[in-house]
Design a protein around this ligand. Structure first.
Ligand code: ATP
Length: 311
């Protein structure tokens, strides 16, 4: 059934290299293919430096790719320029990890939120601009009195709400949320996740939700991709990745999550992962093990995974 859903974003064999031709060359994304369905939340997890942010920024065209194609709404956007690029940028927005650092401290909230409205000429009059800002504040659970204040007058959770309102100002279809709750108190994290969910439903948004910790993406993601060393190693529904993980790296990430109750926590056995297995020179691709559940594997490894998955 999932095959019939519309793909909003699709990576096709994408490479992205930093410092190309230099001594410190770094293939941050290595032959990555995956897609994000319209209306879903795709969680991307993996340890620091695995390439998650680079994938997000590549979709937003903040970086040029070196091989492959990135499709948005059925169209290759990897080489678009000029007005086409400007139009595309209205449809894709980013929410950042640290709302403190990503909001200009010298600007009032109304002007921060209205930046995208101004740049893209989305309000014809100052009154319309103010009206739009008020609507956005309401949408993210802030009130009108907040318009004339500065970012430092808000709590971390409120600042993230401002960041969300700013992203929504241009009526995007797709949002890259790069660790949007990692810097917040645990008690506030759920509020922001719930807000993002509500807004997703109301506005028909699609999210790429980046986190290094699997427990963070569990509740918000429909499907999850697990990244390591610039490659996606496993993709599946939240249930497939959490409850039926196949790749040893995913298993090691899962085994690192503390159990919520002390009894299971005592019996938790962290599993180690030997990444050198990825460097044996054997050609691997994402192979479908069970419907919708893909693992980066050789043919032989895929056959093994199939046995495990159907045992
Ligand atoms: N602008 C850049 N110039 C050079 N190298 C970069 C740049 N941005 C990222 N890298 C490198 O690319 C690789 C992938 O980085 P990326 O930030 O995408 O990882 P990440 O998984 O998002 O990590 P984190 O969770 O720490 O944000 C890393 O080795 C990083 O050092």
């Amino acid at each position: 059934m999932t095959e019939e859903r519309k793909k909003l974003v699709e990576f096709k064999g994408v490479d992205l290299v930093f410092n190309k031709g230099k001594k410190n060359v770094n293939k941050a994304i290595n032959d990555v293919s995956f897609h994000i369905y319209e209306g879903e939340t795709f969680g991307l997890v993996g340890e620091s430096g695995s390439g998650k942010t680079t994938i997000g920024r590549a979709i937003l065209k903040l970086y040029d790719i070196h091989k492959g194609e990135i499709h948005f709404n059925g169209k290759d956007v990897s080489k678009i320029k000029g007005t086409e690029l400007k139009k595309f940028r209205e449809k894709v927005q980013m929410i950042f990890q640290d709302p403190q650092a990503s909001l200009n401290g010298r600007m009032r909230v109304k002007d921060i939120i209205a930046e995208g409205i101004d740049v893209n000429g989305l309000a014809k009059t100052p009154e319309e601009r103010t009206e739009k800002v008020k609507e956005l504040l309401q949408l993210v659970g802030l009130n009108q009195d907040h318009m004339t204040r500065y970012p430092h007058e808000f709590s971390g959770g409120q600042r993230q709400r401002i960041g969300i309102a700013r992203a929504l100002a241009v009526n995007p279809k797709f949002i890259v949320a790069d660790e949007p709750i990692s810097a917040l108190d645990v008690s506030i994290q759920a509020q922001v996740v719930n807000l993002m969910r509500d807004i997703q439903e109301k506005e028909g948004l699609t999210y790429l939700f980046i986190a290094h910790d699997l427990s963070m993406v569990k509740y918000i993601s429909d499907r999850i991709g697990v990244m390591h060393w610039g490659k996606i190693l496993e993709v599946g529904t939240s249930d497939q990745v959490y409850n039926h993980a196949l790749h040893p790296y995913t298993k090691s990430l899962l085994s690192a999550i503390p159990a919520p109750d002390p009894i299971s926590e005592r019996s938790r056995v962290p599993q180690s992962y030997d990444p050198t297995a990825e460097l044996d020179g054997q050609p691997r691709e994402l192979r479908e093990i069970t419907p919708g559940h893909f693992v980066l594997s050789t043919e032989e490894e895929a056959a093994e995974y199939k046995k495990i998955a159907t045992a």
